[in-house]
Design a protein around this ligand. Structure first.
Ligand SMILES: C[S@@+](CC[C@H](N)C(=O)[O-])C[C@H]1O[C@@H](n2cnc3c(N)ncnc32)[C@H](O)[C@@H]1O
Ligand code: SF4
Length: 397
């Protein structure tokens, strides 16, 4: 494992910096409680040792962003900023404003920058939304997961009934045109009518973006322990496929179109530009404990623990935990994996001869659109979206 601050950014990685979209991700590693399914790098107050309180983290973050801008030489202004977590809303409006100021002072913000923050609806209020709108945030993403209390219980998640929908309305009233709700589907015990009710609630909220992910049972989580003990079954693949079809049909009917397999938007402007930067191989600096970065084919990641993060930055060193340069093969695999999931698809000339031949076979099997293939792009059909990972494997093997 590398020691902190041995980040090596070769000239080839820095070439073209600023000609591709540039994003800044900020990782906020705090949550009020830990949801049983979640393995994100996040800590409750009781789990954090000394030197890792939010004020220490913010101090560290300012230093990291300054060092980052210096390390990139002439740093590009951020086209997109995504403050994720964890639960950024726990920082309050002043804390979130301070985070955005730190990005402004280090990299600067492009004039039309998209600035998103994630929130747990339970730690939001009209005042928070008004404060962060004033501070310059343009987009809010809220973790809803489900409207069904018994599903939320399996997820170890408590929401005041109706709170996610109310929070979305408060965000819109504060002037946010772009609001996302996150859903999780396929939770054991979730019935079709539960998912339908969650989607009804999402549509009632009038948001312009929805992300819906199948429940993943991550190793090391409380949920995985309960599955291992036989208390809860694994999510069922057939149920997951039927759920996906239901949610896609309901969202499309309401004018939210898929633009990535797990993401739907009401318009081109409602798409999350920051995430599109990840999916289209853009550059981004990920700041905060455990955050990952990518610049021109070099990827690196920060040390995970907030105390080690702040201690390293107190010595004016970048808190790098490791780095790797992507080989041509890695980059090819990654490109196919990410771009094929987009509704715009992947240009066929990104595939080698075997891949292009396999794409024609996948179209004959009904997994890729024949019309788009004739137009030079590999685009998943509705059935292909259900089998996206398998299609990727066919195109790269
Ligand atoms: C950082 S959280 C969102 C903000 C906030 N922490 C919250 O949960 O309300 C990002 C999203 O990842 C999704 N997620 C996390 N763990 C997951 C898992 N094991 N399976 C599926 N989705 C997951 C959830 O939908 C969650 O809203
Ligand atoms: S899902 Fe969100 S609130 Fe729950 S532990 Fe993960 S990051 Fe925290």
């Amino acid at each position: 494992m590398s020691t902190p601050d041995d980040l090596h950014l070769p000239d080839f990685a820095l070439q073209g910096l600023g000609t591709r979209p540039f994003g800044v991700y900020v990782h906020v590693p705090f949550c009020a409680t830990r949801c049983g399914y979640c393995d994100f790098n996040t800590y409750t107050a009781g789990e954090l040792g000394s030197g890792a309180a939010p004020e220490d983290w913010l101090e560290g973050l300012r230093k990291e962003l300054d060092l980052a801008a210096q390390r990139l030489g002439r740093p590009p202004a951020a086209d997109t900023v995504f403050v994720g977590g964890g639960t950024p809303s726990l920082l309050g409006a002043d804390g979130l404003a301070a985070v955005l100021d730190a990005v402004r002072q280090s990299f600067g913000l492009a004039a039309d920058a998209e600035v998103t923050t994630e929130s747990n609806p339970e730690s939001t209020s009209p005042e928070l939304f008004a404060g962060i709108r004033d501070a310059g945030y343009t987009r809010v993403s809220l973790g809803m997961q489900s409207a069904a209390p018994h599903v939320l219980r399996v997820l170890d998640r408590t929401h005041t009934p109706g709170r996610p929908v109310a929070a979305a309305a408060e965000a819109r009233a504060a002037g946010f045109d772009h609001v996302n709700l996150d859903l999780i589907y396929g939770t054991p015990g979730e019935r079709t009518e539960d998912l339908q009710a969650s989607l009804d609630a999402v549509l009632e909220a009038g948001v312009d973006h929805v992300s819906a992910y199948a429940l993943i049972v991550e190793d090391g989580t409380a949920l995985a322990r309960r599955v291992r003990k036989g208390e809860i079954p694994m999510p069922d693949d057939d149920v997951l496929a039927a759920d996906y079809e239901l949610l896609d049909a309901m969202l499309e009917k309401a004018g939210l179109r898929w633009y990535e397999v797990s993401n739907w938007a009401a318009s081109e402007q409602a798409r999350c530009r920051h995430n599109l930067g990840y999916w289209l191989g853009g550059d981004w600096w990920g700041a905060g404990p455990g955050a990952h970065s990518h610049v021109g084919g070099v990827r690196w990641w920060n040390v995970k623990h907030p105390a080690r993060y702040t201690a390293t930055l107190a010595d004016a060193a970048l808190p790098v935990g490791g780095q790797e340069s992507l080989t041509a093969e890695d980059r090819h695999l990654e490109r196919v994996m990410l771009e094929l999931r987009l509704a715009d698809g992947l240009p066929l000339d990104a595939l080698d001869d075997d891949g292009a031949r396999e794409a024609r076979r996948a179209a004959a099997d009904g997994l890729l659109s024949t019309r788009d293939l004739d137009g030079g792009r590999a685009v998943l059909t509705d059935r292909g979206r259900l089998l996206a990972d398998a299609v990727v494997r066919r195109l790269v093997s």
